[in-house]
Design a protein around this ligand. Structure first.
Ligand code: AGP
Length: 607
């Protein structure tokens, strides 16, 4: 997830406007930045790795000629955050500049084709292929607009593109497929950006560019065309009444809620990861002597869920371990035959890195799953996968958790396929369901949010909660509990439901809220008896169940429904979303700021 910005002014210099616009997009990515302007038939580019303010101090991003320009603030996905990989990217003749937000899945094939045709590509990015594709079309006589159209049609994956060229120095050409793209209009200027906040201080007149559309910006205004049939799309701008603070959260009151609602998109991103790294990691897991899954907090809960996925699908036994206990618990037994997958959204958590250092000392194989390219974890891991969730600002991990689960499920599926332990029919069924996960997430957010808000009102005074689930849902229960505790400060206990009768049930008294995670899987029957045990002691049952699961609904005091047909090993990805919302609304009911929970930090870099 990166931020793109472009502007065409009637007079004056575009660079300071673009610089300021990128600053307002910095929450989308901040590991490198760059601008391109066109003036007097020449292309001017300034770019480097680092935060915008640091690069500006070095290069003075405002000092560039030209009324027309584009810019980019990056969250690296392909190619580490070095200067050469920063956007804008250009063609061989440095006449065309491109900035891009999204993931081009077929970039490797396009790159090979372009290199075979004599193009020299300088960076490791997926984006650079676009500049060279456009170059080819322009060379064959097409206009810039037609060249961008044809290039866009060759791209698989997601993109929001902005392109300038010295040959047609009076326009910016943009195209969109999935990644967000909006246009801002005022009397004398026109802007394009990844989201409205970027140009809100300049104009409140915004135009949403839809999927599969291309827009040509020029001094006189804009023209939208549909990529599929090249037809012109008439559309008037809307007026947006947001204040700057709301703007940064795209109209959401808090980053946490915004990030919960981003999950359909971030989950879609996880389905577009580069096969080579997933395959390589699968290879290492397949030939491992023993496998540990090591992490802290929410990431540890992803490891817990993954241990069920690897066992059930690939018959691979794995040990999910809390990082701060790893050395004490396994420090002596870890050796050259051990393979350890460290999971950390920040890639900087001290307890996780300490366990990693120990593992390296013992010659174990170190693998990594993270959300931050160039983080310490990526530098120390033998192989790592970057989950593409984009920056997560809210301290409470939400979208990064579901993305971790999606990646771990894909690894388990690949391992199952490799080991031939599960029938092709079942694997195809699971892969199909995995592709549908983003839509399921959208359905839950659309249909259950108000109900969950009402539940938070009903239970906002409760002093303690139980979260219970069986099998893989015990991981979902633990994560739901952590979310509630960390942002609403309500003491809560999570247990594998079967274990609750070995002690914790003594806490139950009339009205004591117990959240049950009960997907319709092999544990369904047993969970119903656990519900009955709790009900018999007067507990208030809040059940997360499949839509139309009348049996569970009959026994529950309150229930939240999740779409039916979600396979057990994928269920945590979706069943956790209502628990994230419940925690959020509980914090709101208790007058707390969900984004800034007390005593916590987004990345815990102390042991
Ligand atoms: C989760 O909401 C918390 N922010 C915290 O438990 C977090 O998951 C933990 O500190 C691990 O962080 P990491 O994934 O960046 O390593």
């Amino acid at each position: 997830m990166c931020g793109i910005f472009g502007s065409i002014l009637k007079k004056g210099s575009a660079a300071p406007i673009i610089h300021a616009g990128l600053k307002r997009l910095e929450y989308r990515g901040y590991d490198s930045v760059g601008l391109a302007t066109v003036d007097d038939g020449k292309l001017f580019i300034k770019k480097d790795a680092g935060k915008i303010d640091d690069v500006h101090r070095l290069l003075d991003l405002d000092a560039m000629p030209g009324r027309i320009g584009i810019g980019h603030t990056r969250w690296a996905t392909h190619g580490a955050p070095y200067k050469v990989n920063a956007h804008p990217h250009t063609d061989c003749r440095e006449e065309i500049a491109v900035v891009h937000n999204g993931i081009i899945e077929n970039f490797a094939d396009l790159r090979a084709e372009l290199e075979a045709a004599g193009h020299v590509l300088k960076s490791k990015t997926d984006t650079e292929v676009v500049a060279h594709l456009i170059e080819d079309s322009v060379k064959s006589g097409l206009s810039l607009v037609e060249a961008v159209r044809d290039a866009a049609k060759r791209l698989d994956g997601s993109y929001a593109l902005a392109v300038v060229s010295t040959r047609e120095p009076d326009k910016i050409v943009c195209a969109r497929k999935e990644s967000p793209l909006v246009v801002g209009i005022n009397e004398s200027e026109v802007y394009c950006a990844s989201d409205i906040p970027a140009f809100l201080p300049l104009t409140k007149k915004a135009l949403i560019i839809e999927n599969g559309e291309l827009v040509v910006l020029s001094e006189g205004g804009y023209e939208i065309r549909r990529l599929s049939d090249w037809s012109v799309v008439p559309r008037e701008p809307e007026v947006v009444d947001w204040n700057p603070e709301m703007a940064e959260k795209q109209g959401y009151p808090h980053f946490m809620l915004k990030e919960i609602y981003e999950q359909p998109d971030t989950l879609r991103n996880t389905l577009r990861l580069q096969n080579q790294f997933l395959d390589l990691m699968t290879e290492f897991l397949d030939r491992a002597g023993e496998v540990f899954l090591v992490a802290c907090g929410t990431s540890y809960h992803a490891c817990l869920a993954a241990s069920y996925m690897f066992s059930k699908l690939a018959f691979l036994a794995t040990h999910p371990i809390i990082a701060s206990e790893f050395i004490e618990q396994h420090g002596r037994s870890v050796n050259i035959d051990s393979t350890i997958l460290f999971v950390s959204q920040s890639g900087e958590t001290a307890d996780t890195l300490a366990a990693l250092d120990h593992a390296r000392l013992r010659a174990a194989t170190v693998l990594g799953l993270t959300n931050v390219i160039a983080s310490t974890l990526t530098r120390l891991a033998r192989v790592y996968v970057c989950q593409q969730s984009g920056p997560e600002i809210g301290v409470a991990a939400t979208k990064t958790f579901t993305s971790q689960l999606s990646v771990l499920a894909q690894l388990a599926l690949r391992l199952a396929k490799k080991r031939g332990k599960v029938s092709h029919v079942e694997i195809e069924f699971l892969e199909e369901r995995l592709e549908q996960i983003p839509e399921f997430a959208t359905t839950i957010l659309k249909t259950q949010s108000d109900k969950i808000k009402a539940l938070a009102q009903k239970y906002s005074k409760s002093q303690c909660f139980f979260y219970l689930g069986r099998g893989i849902s015990s991981a979902t229960a633990s994560e739901g509990r952590l979310k509630l505790m960390e942002i609403s400060y309500v003491p809560s206990i999570a247990y594998p439901a079967g274990e609750s009768k070995h002690g914790p049930i003594s806490l139950i008294e009339p009205g004591f809220p117990v959240v049950f995670i009960c997907p319709k899987d092999e544990t369904h029957r047993a969970v119903i008896s656990n519900i009955m045990e709790m009900k018999a002691r007067g507990a208030s049952i809040i059940a997360l169940c499949e839509e139309n699961d009348e049996e569970i609904k009959r026994y529950a005091d309150d229930f939240i429904e999740v779409p039916k047909g979600i396979p057990e090993i994928l269920s945590p990805i979706l069943y956790v979303i209502p628990l994230q919302l419940f925690a959020y609304y509980m914090a709101m009911e208790r007058g707390l700021n969900p984004d800034m929970p007390r005593n916590l930090a987004k990345s815990v870099t102390v042991k």
